[in-house]
Design a protein around this ligand. Sequence first.
Ligand SMILES: *Cc1c(COP(=O)(O)O)cnc(C)c1O
Length: 354
Amino acid sequence: MIAAKNINITKVERSKLNDINLENIPFGKYFTDHMLEVDYEDGEWKQVEIKPYQPLLLDPSVAAIHYGQSIFEGIKAYKNTNGEAFIFRPLDNYKRFNISAERMEMPQVPEDIFMEGMRLLVSLDNNWIPQQSDHALYIRPFMFSCDHMIGVRPSDKYKFMIILSPSGPYYTTPMRIYVEEEYVRAVPGGVGYAKAAGNYGAAMHPTAEAKKRGYDQVLWTDAFEHKYVQECGTMNVFFIIGNKAITPGLDSGTILAGVTRDSVIAVLKDMGVEVEERRLSIDEIIEAHKSGQLQEVFGTGTAATISLIKELRYKDYVMHFDVDTWKSGPYIKETLNGIRYGSLLDRHGWMEKI
Ligand SMILES: *Cc1c(COP(=O)(O)O)cnc(C)c1O
């Protein structure tokens, strides 16, 4: 661990917190008083700085803007009823960040900079953690290439940063999902498993088209046959079919390995539900719907937590669900929230105190 004294801290003179009402706050719109910034140059990470949240001054030729060598993470900090602050499974996000970095030919961020820097930043701005249910402090670590040079090659310079955003829920009502079979998000050998900026830019047009048709998000399918489901926006997806929970497997590298996905699998197993991580075709989903076996469909992610899906459309076949009768999705959400806000025992050791 780097000692906290190795992080330079410059505090704001006056907190912006008094100007903001943390109740019913939207997702990702407001940022806290401080941010973390560290530069990578000549093969090493330089001085870690925590300083007042402020704009960056960048050269127009900065590589990340042109070629998208840029990755990020999404983590949440919660406050329990005693006012103690915790971060949910941050080490898992740290590991995934470096997996994304490797795929994008970017330097690994050392654990002490990421973890200790995040802890220090969150504890400095811990008054910004909302205590309302479904609210949290969203932590956004990110890294981008910084060379001033418009040739296509990996940079020598990178910037790693963390910013914090007090946030309410991403989706507030059950979702309508359009099964996508024209555009693709990820292919084996591609970057689907990385939280790389370009994945999200590329998803915007297909998502906008689905929105024009009245849907909130697309459910991606595989690139070859448009047959096997992948994931949904920034969420992994679960289907309760019969007595089993089925979620697409991670083996083809086309799906983001969600920390929430992993947590939901653990909670399902705690509930005694059999979980299958495997290929799941849209035909199997429709068959299950026709035979009355398809009980629940929900998305999982840090930003969205658990999002119930009330409608799923594939071509002209529309599946409607009465989410009010569901048991599993709402129970899992309640369980995860109980662990996060401290009313339930954290049996898996997911909450990291700061
Ligand atoms: C971030 C993300 C998820 C969810 O991952 P969590 O670790 O649960 O937040 C799922 N799919 C995509 C494409 C994502 O970017």
